[in-house]
Design a protein. Structure first.
Length: 388
């Protein structure tokens, strides 16, 4: 995945630039939602990810859900999407101007420029193409609300786990720096013969790493950020990380089922629906849709597509015989499957919260033991020896 700057001609004749994340230049134009006829150039934006994380303002998810619900009502009442957007969104809150919105024509254009959730953008474009925009906006709103509710339900436990992890990390850095420096001062400056134990040596070793190899540590952190995708491929099967990996799969499946159900109910053939989703997907999902299209062209059944380990098994299990169902039966299967995936999403969110809390508490406990045994015990033993 990379970031690209798509430069195009605005309605006023000037050049506008939009930064998007995509697989290649071809997909960047699709994601940007800009007609090819007005695109001037597509160039790599090496700092796109950093700028997006630090500078771009986005509406909170709950606000996005409310806006989408309002848009659904306004569009259903006969208003154009552009008019509904003007009435529902304060551009200034996102640092955007009316001029920057002038090049937007479709719902996808507007929501992309307003930095809405990717699921909302996909469903809005799907509904617009299928002629059921109000329904798709309502589904997008509900999908985001479900995600927010799940985050609220387990946010407190997850926050506790993150807090424990951060405190544990601070302890593991602060204690060796302070206690290790004090121990070294006792031994080398004050010439005090401390009886060091294994934990004392660990403290001294960590202090040496932090003070002598801090630049190497920063380089290692930067390398982890740059090569995070390759690192993730190797660690995602490890305990704890596997829960995150499963939730990613479930989220991918839920997005697919929600969009595919809308496309199917609107009369899109299966192969056309997958091509539509493929053009608008990114990363691993993009590759999976590409593989799915190849299997469909071979005449494989829909359930066979999801035998890939990158999809949750529930997809393969529940879509067997899907091709033989009536349109009403297919809609029922997909609706029930979406409900089941939401339940699994909540369950894995709970597992992640529990694991984060356990790891955080373990880090806190370890640092306390290291301080008590590695620093405090040698001091106590020294005091006892002096008294004798």
């Amino acid at each position: 995945m990379a970031w690209f700057n798509v430069t195009y001609l605005s309605q006023l004749g000037g050049e506008e630039v939009i930064s998007v994340e995509a697989e290649d230049r071809e997909q960047a134009m699709v994601v940007a939602g800009v007609p090819r006829s007005i695109v001037q150039s597509v160039s790599v934006d090496h700092l796109g990810g950093l700028k997006s994380a630090l500078l771009e303002k986005k509406l909170p998810l709950i606000e996005q859900a409310l806006v989408l619900s309002a848009l659904a009502s306004k569009v259903a009442s006969g208003k154009t999407f552009a008019k509904a957007i003007v009435e529902s969104v304060d551009y200034r809150k996102l640092g955007l101007t009316q001029k920057q919105m002038e090049g937007c024509q479709t719902p996808k254009d507007f929501l992309t420029r307003l930095r809405f959730d990717s699921t909302a953008i996909l469903l809005a474009e799907t509904g617009d193409k299928a002629g059921v925009l109000p329904q798709s906006l309502s589904r997008a709103s509900k999908a985001i609300q479900d995600r927010v509710n799940a985050a609220k339900e387990f946010g407190k436990a997850l926050f506790q786990g993150v807090m424990y992890s951060v405190l544990g990390l601070l302890f593991m850095i602060g204690i060796p720096l302070w206690a290790g420096g004090t121990i070294k001062d006792f031994i080398e400056v004050q010439r005090i013969d401390l009886a060091l134990n294994e934990f004392s040596h660990v403290i001294l070793f960590l202090r040496e790493v932090y003070t002598g190899y801090w630049l190497f540590c920063l380089i290692a952190i930067a390398a982890c950020i740059i090569f995070r995708e390759k690192i993730w491929e190797n660690v995602r099967i490890l305990p704890g990380f596997s829960f995150v990996n499963e939730r990613i799969k479930i989220k991918r499946a839920l997005d697919f089922v929600t969009s595919f159900q809308l496309l199917q109910s609107s009369g899109f053939p299966t192969i056309m629906a997958f091509k539509f989703l493929h053009q608008r997907s990114k990363g691993m999902t993009h590759k999976l849709y590409e593989d799915a299209i190849g299997r469909l062209n071979e005449g494989r059944e829909l359930s066979d597509i999801f035998s890939n380990g990158e999809w949750p098994p529930i997809l393969h299990q529940n879509l067997q015989g899907f091709d033989d169902q009536s349109p009403e039966g297919r809609d029922t299967v997909l609706g029930n499957l979406a409900d089941a995936l939401k339940t699994y999403y909540i369950q894995y969110s709970a597992k992640i919260s529990s694991f984060a809390s356990m790891v955080g508490f373990a880090m806190m406990l370890l640092t306390i033991i290291m301080f008590a045994v590695g620093f405090y015990m040698p001091i106590v033993n020294l005091n006892q020896a002096l008294k004798q």
